[in-house]
Design a protein. Structure first.
Length: 296
């Protein structure tokens, strides 16, 4: 595996949804998430990270160093226990090991970072209260994502559907169809912003140049293998990356984010496609020491 990255990065993702639900809110009947004060749509960082994890797991299935720590149907303790097996230590004797070897915590953490891509990337809390002996520590990952927010306020539309799948034998005696509902956003363009810390990559997880290229690939394709009835037409439209000249960066992140302006065309009242928007990058706001690249 190559050495840790040496440059700080920031990035902006633009993705859209058409007649779908990008991120349902379980506290609101699975309706699309909306900021109640402004009406802007929201997609959580957890949702986006899930898509990235799924793509990496699909692409790198079975490949050493690219396993996924947080995934469906795999208890965290099962993955945690592998670090102790690697060190040849019984889980019940962990405390004794840590007393004898001051570097034990670091060895356990490094094993988890080497083997699990999402820990190396996003970090993880690997301490559980269910089985206190299995404590692999906490890792602060170099890659962080914020919530995505729609460019314009959205309207959640409830669509009534008819289904022929009857639930019970008793219902089948009285009716041949049932009614259902789907919540959709007719169209919305979302913007998410992210950060990559070379300092944390070097000091903690070893996040490498190869890992970084995989991250860009995963972001670009994160919806391509995640289509469903609720998210049938979602796509990443832009991935704009800012590369600093040094580990700690050349300017505050907000200045780079402010250089990207996204707004709907003057003659568009109700956007219904990506072409209804224009993306403008104000290069004069970007320092000469920062390199801007449009990955799409």
């Amino acid at each position: 595996m190559s050495e840790a990255i040496k440059n700080r990065y920031e990035f902006v993702i633009l993705f859209d949804v058409e007649n779908g639900n990008p991120n349902g809110d379980p506290d609101a009947g699975n309706m699309p998430r909306i900021d109640p004060e402004t009406g802007y749509g929201l997609v959580t960082d957890v949702c986006l990270k899930r898509k990235i994890r799924n793509y990496v797991e699909t692409l790198k299935e079975g490949e050493t160093g690219y396993e996924i720590y947080i995934r469906e149907d795999v208890p965290l303790n099962r993955s945690d226990s592998r670090a102790y097996k690697y060190l040849g230590v019984d889980e019940k004797k962990v405390k004794e090991l840590k007393k004898k070897d001051p570097e034990a915590d670091t060895k356990i953490r490094d094993f988890m970072c080497r083997n699990f891509y999402d820990i190396r990337t996003f970090g993880a809390v690997m301490t559980t209260f269910v089985k206190a002996a299995l404590n692999c520590g906490q890792v602060r990952g170099p890659v962080q994502l914020g919530f995505a927010r729609s460019i314009d306020p959205i309207i959640s539309q409830e669509v009534t559907i008819t289904r022929v799948a009857i639930t019970t034998e008793k219902d089948a005696e009285n009716k041949s169809t049932e009614m259902g509902r789907k919540n959709i956003v007719p169209y919305a363009l979302y913007r998410a912003e992210g950060y990559v810390s070379a300092n944390l990559a070097r000091k903690v997880t070893g996040f490498s140049e190869d890992d970084l290229e995989l991250l860009w690939d995963a972001i670009i394709n994160m919806f391509e293998h995640d289509h469903s009835a609720a998210r049938g037409k979602m796509a990443v439209r832009e991935l704009i990356v800012f590369k600093h000249s040094k580990e700690l960066g050349d300017c505050p992140a907000y200045k780079l984010f402010d250089s990207i302006e996204v707004k709907k065309n003057a003659d568009v009242v109700c956007p219904r496609k990506y072409q209804d928007y224009v993306v403008t990058i104000h290069n004069e706001m970007i320092p000469d020491s920062v390199t801007m690249t449009r990955k799409i």
